[in-house]
Design a protein. Structure first.
Length: 223
């Protein structure tokens, strides 16, 4: 009985693939992913603090406009007043929460998740933050609730999450080997492992572990 040839690197490659799959299955973040997520959390916290200070600090004004609950009314008014009012009103509303569309996916570690789902969750979270800020402004002197602020803030989050975050995501994944090539390298190692692995089944593996069957030398028969 002959024994099939055993590739010397097969066992090591299997062990390496097993550890890679085990690490990915356990959800353990790489050091680069941890650093990116921590930076995203810090920047997101700083951004929300700045937004809270800009929108919720009391203002001393002689006159306050009534609350606007009619969509697009404030936007049409800003457009009618000229470029400066348009830039301050519409541009400021779009830019207020725009960084949120990039920082939230970084802070929640969504560089490897499906992009449409990530964008949808980010836009929804940005809309909820804008609604909370608008409702909180009703109790702050010098501020009034404006439904158009929610529309502009949400649009700004959608633009940054849909246009800027995919570019940043691609750059980060190509910059870091763990993001850009880990999955590809793992797939190649699995293919090499299957290609060089013996195909004889359990019996052949048992035979390899126990060694080849000893053979007795032929003894001539006496006449």
């Amino acid at each position: 009985m002959t024994c099939s040839a055993h590739h010397p690197g097969t066992t090591a490659e299997r062990v390496g693939v097993f550890h890679d799959v085990q690490r990915l299955g356990s959800g353990g973040p790489t050091p680069s992913a941890t650093r990116i997520r921590l930076a995203g959390l810090l920047l997101l916290a700083a951004h929300l603090c700045l937004v809270g200070w800009l929108t919720l600090r009391p203002l001393s004004v002689p006159w306050v406009a009534p609350a606007n609950l009619h969509p697009l009314a404030s936007i049409r008014s800003d457009l009618a007043e000229g470029p400066r009012a348009t830039l301050e009103g519409i541009g400021g509303g779009l830019l207020l929460l725009a960084p949120f569309g990039v920082l939230l996916p970084l802070a929640t570690g969504r560089l490897h998740r499906r992009l449409p789902g990530t964008v949808a969750r980010t836009v929804f979270a940005g809309a909820m933050v804008s609604v909370v800020l608008t409702l909180a402004q009703t109790g702050v002197p010098g501020h009034v609730a404006d439904i158009d602020s929610v529309l502009l803030n949400t649009t700004g989050v959608a633009l940054s999450a849909g246009l800027l975050f995919p570019l940043l995501r691609r750059w980060l994944r190509h910059r870091d080997g763990d993001y850009g090539g880990h999955g590809d390298r793992l797939g190649e190692r699995e293919q090499r492992s299957h290609a060089v692995a013996p195909r004889g089944g359990l019996g052949e593996r048992k035979e390899k572990s126990q060694g080849s069957t000893p053979r007795t030398t032929r003894v001539g028969m006496a006449p």
